[in-house]
Design a binder for this molecule. Sequence first.
Ligand code: COA
Ligand code: AMP
Length: 630
Amino acid sequence: MTYKDVYSAWQADPEGFWMKAAEAIDWVEKPSKALFDENAPIYEWFCDAKVNTCWNAVDRHVEAGRGDQIAIMHESPITHSTKGITYRELRDRVASLAGALRAKGIEKGDRVIIYMPMIPEALEAMLACARLGAIHSVVFGGFAANELAVRIDDATPKAIIAASCGLEPGRIVHYKPLLDAAVEQATHKPDFCVIFQREQEVAKLEEGRDVAWHSFQYGVEPAECVPVEGNHPAYILYTSGTTGQPKGVVRSTAGHLVALSWTMKNIYNIEAGDRFWVASDVGWVVGHSYICYGPLIAGAQTVVFEGKPIGTPHPGVFWRVIQNQRIKSFFTAPTALRAIRREDPDGEWINRYKLHDLQALFLAGERADPDTVKWAEEHLGVPVIDHWWQTETGWAIAANPLGIELLPVKPGSPSVPMPGYDVQVLDEGGHQVGPGTLGAIAIKLPLPPGTLPTLWNAEARFRKSYLEHFPGYYETGDAGYIDADGYLYIMARTDDVINVAGHRLSTGAMEEVLASHPDVAECAVIGAADELKGQSPVGFLCLKKGAAKAPEQVVKDCVKLVRDKIGPVAAFKTAVVVDRLPKTRSGKILRATMVKIADGQEFKVPATIDDPAILDEITIALKSIGYPAA
Ligand code: COA
Ligand code: AMP
């Protein structure tokens, strides 16, 4: 079968295609059909089935005789430890944790927030929720207490599971004080918190609210897998939108299982017993789908990596793990490769390791620049496969399906649409444009299984954000084009989301924080091109007349404010004070023009601009902080 055969088979009979893919899943009650379109344009999949995610990711592999195989390998160059957990151990640990959660009142449908670093217990917590049919929401450790509080109020969890600390190179991330501050700040209060004490920092537990991970499991009955309906939410994952209020992407149980299971073989060429590694974080969708669920559903071995591409301790650490763990498919973000390349331009560190088992390197999370792709191909000697997806979709919209056939790689393109996705490029009026023409990228509804059916408690926002602009389509928020061979090129966002080191951030959210400074009258944040991180945020601040503080102090305050309110992951380090912001006559800030100036690109002065002279002021201000970069 070729890619064309597979894609055509899906086009000819989508229902048959997904029902066949569903055969890879162990159902408690089989679905009678795949697509449920009664509430279109809200679509659901496999609704009338009964199934359990944890059973499919863990127990069934033990039943099938894979109990002694390693399920999770923890590689922590920060703590200098390597530790494996077999499928049998994983089942027992997850059943015990789920039993303890159940004994404290967690039931199907209850929300549980998970705030943990890259340790196997993070996956165990996710799987324990799945075992009970509880809905988890994992929050990335690089967010500040305020962001955690916003998520607590939106998801209203009965419990929060956290670790005492996370470990960044040279610094301990004090999770517990962040958790305490978030609970204090939030209006909703969880019934209890479970704290996993790490030896690097033991946290003080709050009596009556906090329980310790190990002791609260003592003497409890292990929990069995609870069957849930196919459209029962497996998890909520918050992602950046256009405002400070993040979007709670909902993932339905059955579609998630079927789609991830299909991708493991067909995209990543991974089957039971294979070893797969994704260097990301469980706080992101990539971590949900391919550190935790995907490889485990396939019965493969996954790696939980607590480290960085460089500095922990050297730029060869990725290759060392690939060698030692005999990794077959590896997946990371382009920014990580750019960081490695900067320290090891000639690939000397790569040559020190034997990468015989590695068949391909997958990239996603941000645009993969052709230079980096070519560098990696040359030094690794394996195909470098860019693929494009979003938190909303949960799996690749476009990829080069290695497990079906390796199509010619075109650096700069994430290749072709996967079955389930009818990807089209539209003009502003919603009409399809021809090959090579730039436009908004949209997907004809319905989206395939595994993608978001809605936003948590926010269906109106779901419709407005994704469905209303182009009726009959899902709007991806990305712009780009399709070439004459059907390859996609993702060029930019159409909204104010920026991508910093593969992390999706909202400039709108940063602006809300800056505007809260008492001396700031008006502000704008843009994403300027960054050689390492892809983009980096730059703030423009207009101060109030008679501002109490000096401009330099306001800039310093603002940098701290974003770190305190959003978190270090925002990487907001640069801002400049200006007299005025460039605007259209109707008062819209011309952010796209400011980006062009920061990036040193040619631009046309917008016809609608109120006062073109402001662009010169912006140019001078940007120059004073080093933009455009040399
Ligand atoms: N918990 C707490 N803080 C975190 C964190 C976490 N899980 N992850 C990152 N941070 C902090 C970093 O320590 C850094 O803090 P600092 O300002 O005190 O230095 C800040 O957030 C910004 O992090 P980052 O943008 O990742 O930059 P970096 O300088 O730490 O590392 C790279 C640079 C290129 C090595 C790094 O960005 C990288 O490897 N990125 C991979 C991206 C990735 O995997 N993305 C997932 C998408 S698939
Ligand atoms: P996230 O939801 O955090 O996964 O971010 C999704 C966004 O990241 C997409 O909408 C794109 O803007 C960007 N993105 C992800 N993968 C790619 C890719 N392979 N090429 C270009 N942009 C990408």
